[in-house]
Write a protein that binds this ligand. Structure first.
Ligand SMILES: NC(=O)c1ccc[n+]([C@@H]2O[C@H](COP(=O)([O-])OP(=O)(O)OC[C@H]3O[C@@H](n4cnc5c(N)ncnc54)[C@H](OP(=O)(O)O)[C@@H]3O)[C@@H](O)[C@H]2O)c1
Length: 334
């Protein structure tokens, strides 16, 4: 039996679908009944309502150990996808609690319950920092604590430390480090919001770049890694490195909406995050655009996917074609 955390989020919901399509039995952690509806809608979108009813839902929170103890009964494989994704500096303590302490709780219980294998969804944010003579980030690139990192990146890095600690204590662990994950459903937050923002006429674009990947590739790779008993390693999961303006123009074309037209220079995004901060402070609103987001929109990091491609002889979905296919889902269901 498989246990999936984060099954009411983008990655976990697609993973549940993939596992069930492969005949696996699954338990999924949930926090509120409302959030399960999002997963149900995704299954419905793929005409897989019967599979949805095979999920054994267990109420729980990664910070609530008694609830996790119930979830861990009869589990041989764990896919830990639950996390808080936030670039708001006010969430620093919560990021640590959910992402680091929550992951520590998960691996401690996996050890206590004799789980066979544990797959953790980290992020390219937890990969290392390029030194002067390096040009491409790989799994081996060293993390430099002297360099600035967002609270989110620090929390994912801290969570990875918990995973390696558990590996030392005897748990078979594997880590995937995906880039920005594109996928259908979950259009109102996280990476899914990119489609909604562009559909609603996002005016500006930047010239930074990062790694993008289709959610189907992420979950497929997670499943293969577990099936092939690969452990003690981490893998960058990036389909392609793409400029933000290319991806936003592509999505706009696929959605048949106006392209973002205003090039936001670093000065503009710098001004924008400061105004957003003032607005959030004055009106007790959550931050919509943080300093870390502004910085990432101009960075031009390049990620290598060679390790996973060689290990599994894997071919990633091309991002442009993928955007086109999920745009049609957005137009119908977004
Ligand atoms: N999306 C991306 O572009 C991206 C890129 C790289 C890595 N990742 C990583 O991929 C993983 C999944 O991301 P996602 O995009 O699927 O995120 P998401 O859509 O925001 O989903 C987050 C999931 O985590 C659950 N969760 C949050 N706090 C929890 C807690 N305390 N206890 C139990 N469950 C909790 C949420 O449950 P509720 O529904 O109850 O809130 C939800 O199911 C994360 O580890 C993230 O760091 C994401």
């Amino acid at each position: 039996m498989n246990l999936v955390t984060g099954g009411t989020g983008l990655v976990g919901a697609h993973l549940l679908l993939h596992l069930l399509q492969n005949g696996e039995k699954v338990k999924a952690l949930f926090r509120t009944e409302n959030s399960i509806i999002k997963t149900k809608k995704l299954f419905n979108q793929f005409n897989q309502n019967d599979l949805f009813h095979q999920i054994e839902w267990v109420e729980g929170d990664v910070n609530n150990i008694p609830s996790l103890e119930i979830a861990f009964e009869n589990i041989s494989t764990v896919y830990h996808c639950a996390a808080l994704i936030s670039f708001d500096s006010k969430d620093e303590a919560l990021l640590r609690k959910v992402n680091i302490e929550g992951t520590a709780n998960m691996v401690n219980l996996a050890l206590a319950f004799g789980v066979n294998s544990f797959c953790y969804v980290s992020s390219i944010a937890a990969l290392g920092d390029l030194s002067e003579n390096e040009t491409i980030i790989t799994e081996e690139t060293e993390w430099n604590p002297e360099k600035p990192h967002s609270d989110y990146a620090l929390s994912k890095y801290g969570a990875e430390m918990e995973i390696w600690r558990a590996q030392q204590e005897g748990l078979n662990c594997v880590i995937v480090n995906p880039g920005v994950i594109l996928g259908s459903g979950f259009w109102d937050k996280g990476s899914g919001e990119i489609f909604t923002k562009i559909a609603n006429g996002l005016p500006f674009y930047t010239k930074g770049s990062t790694g993008f990947v289709a959610v189907e590739d992420v979950v497929k790779i997670m499943y293969i890694l577990q099936k092939e008993n690969i452990s003690g390693e981490r893998f960058t999961i990036v389909g392609e490195n793409i400029n933000f303006h290319t991806i936003s123009f592509t999505i706009a074309e696929c959605l048949k909406v106006k392209r973002p037209f205003f090039y936001a220079k670093p000065f503009f995004t710098g001004l924008y995050w400061r105004l957003d901060w003032i607005f959030a402070e004055l009106f007790f609103q959550p931050r919509r655009f943080s300093r870390a987001t502004a910085k990432s929109l101009h960075s031009t990091d390049f990620y290598s996917n060679k390790k996973i491609k060689d290990k599994l002889n894997y071919s990633f979905l091309p991002i442009k074609e993928y955007c086109s296919s999920i745009s049609s889902f957005y137009s119908k269901n977004g």
